[in-house]
Design a protein around this ligand. Structure first.
Ligand code: HEM
Length: 133
């Protein structure tokens, strides 16, 4: 996304940097497709393969979650992160694998380094809330 210096100086939100709701949706679609092929976490998502309506619901929640957490509209109606991942006992290696899928998706979609490092920072703050629940 390109923007003028004046816009940059005017504290553009991360949500705007990501391209708004459409940009977030592209990142979520790409990341979930990557999770389905990632040998470290694929198993976790296989049970959802034959539940496309449920996957769509989780994707919608994930888009709303990222929008709310990046300065966009707050329509998040999903569970808390601890609640959503309760009973999964997600390891640090799995968390890193999921984060890498998101970062690689952003690189493939040609997001700039600043946007990528801002998303990376958000992911780091969520780690302790999601791990080993
Ligand atoms: C990288 C940071 C992560 C974020 C921001 C994140 C975010 C979310 C969100 C917003 C939901 C939807 C909650 C709802 O619909 O109520 C969700 C669900 C889910 N997440 Fe994550 N997640 C992360 C990491 C992971 C990891 C590492 C795994 C497994 C390896 C994982 C597995 C799942 C699964 C399987 C669901 C569906 C749960 C269900 O409804 O049965 N997530 N996640």
């Amino acid at each position: 996304m390109s923007m003028s210096l004046a816009q940059e100086l005017n504290t553009v939100t991360l949500f705007e940097r990501l391209g708004g709701a459409a940009g977030v949706r592209r990142i979520v679609d790409g990341a979930i497709a990557a999770h389905m092929c990632n040998p470290i976490i694929r198993e976790r998502f296989i049970p959802y393969e034959d539940r496309p309506e449920y996957v769509e619901e989780v994707k919608k929640h994930t888009c709303d979650f990222f929008a709310a957490g990046s300065g966009g509209p707050d329509n998040y109606r999903g569970r808390s992160m601890a609640e959503a991942h309760r009973g999964m006992n997600i390891s640090a290696a799995e968390y890193e694998a999921a984060s890498n899928d998101i970062m690689n998706t952003m690189t493939a979609l040609k997001y700039d380094g600043t946007s990528r490092s801002m998303v990376h920072d958000v992911l780091r703050t969520l780690e302790s809330v999601i791990l080993h629940k």
